[in-house]
Design a protein around this ligand. Structure first.
Ligand SMILES: [Zn+2]
Length: 274
């Protein structure tokens, strides 16, 4: 049976078959089973595609928490299959909530709307690869050596309650030997935010990804955001404004750099108050 296994082009492109063979047994039947064996007597596949992907990630010890990007495990066309499966699951949730999705015109199609919204919008940053941020050299004599602060509007969702998180990130860097386009800071920040997150983690994720894209070890990220899970439920707070700051390199070690960053944020807020 193992010899009939076709290595997945994404996962096993570099891996020889003997390695795969060793991996075969612990995974059990559902992952590498032949298509014919997957047909139940009803004539459709018993295994969910999402289960197959989950098994692959478990095999690789790949973390797939709500805030993790799993795009390496998906082909473009896989999303449609996953949306179909999630639709089925959301239908079940509506049924369990005793909502008449057959006769209530506003609930017809809600399951599919939810599935599409999760994959294509509110959690899109889990399933899409990092935005392409072409770097331009900044290594001539008159290179820019100053601080750069970019204001990025964010929409996210808390992992605990799947309630909206909405706010602004201020991203500061000291330019290193390459620069990325200004819009890329926001694209990267939004890619990090479009997942299930905690604001503290989101702040870290943005700092790490900006550092990766720019090659700068000197990065500061300040986020202020309101949280639906504190406003719409629980303590029902009118304002749940939460502030988080992550500082690396000079932002952390040099008080003047930190002050310049914070002063820049204040100037930004005067320009575009929030
Ligand atoms: Zn929450």
């Amino acid at each position: 049976m193992t010899s009939e296994f076709n290595p997945d082009p994404i996962l096993n492109g570099q891996v020889d078959r003997s390695f795969v063979k060793d991996e075969y047994t612990p995974l059990g039947k559902e992952v590498y089973v032949k298509a014919a064996d997957m047909m139940s007597d009803k004539g459709y596949k018993e295994a969910y595609f999402a289960d197959v992907i989950r098994a692959k990630m478990k095999r690789d010890k790949k973390r797939f928490w709500a805030g993790d990007n799993i795009s390496d495990y998906l082909h473009d066309s896989d999303k449609e299959k996953l949306i179909d499966e999630a639709t089925e699951a959301f239908e079940l949730v509506l049924d369990r909530l005793l909502i008449d999705r057959e006769n209530d015109p506003n609930s017809q199609g809600t399951a599919r709307r939810l599935a599409k919204m999760y994959f294509n919008e509110i959690m899109a940053g889990r399933y899409e690869p990092a935005p392409d941020a072409t770097a331009f050299p900044n290594d001539t004599q008159d290179r820019y050596e100053g601080m750069l602060v970019v204001r990025s509007e964010l929409r996210s969702m808390c992992s605990h309650h799947h309630q909206p998180v909405s706010g602004v990130a201020y991203i500061g860097i000291i330019a290193a030997e390459k620069l990325i386009g200004l819009s890329k800071y926001t694209r990267i920040a939004q890619w990090c935010a479009r997942r299930g997150t905690l604001q503290e983690e989101l702040c870290n994720d943005i700092a790490r990804e900006i550092s990766k894209a720019t090659g700068s070890k000197n990065v500061g990220v300040y986020i202020q955001a309101t949280h639906g899970c504190c406003e719409n439920r629980g303590i029902m707070a009118h304002s749940s404004l939460t502030q988080t700051t992550v500082l690396t390199g000079a932002f952390k070690e040099d008080p003047n750099t930190k002050k310049e960053f914070m002063d820049n944020i204040k100037l930004q807020q005067e320009f575009a108050p929030r």
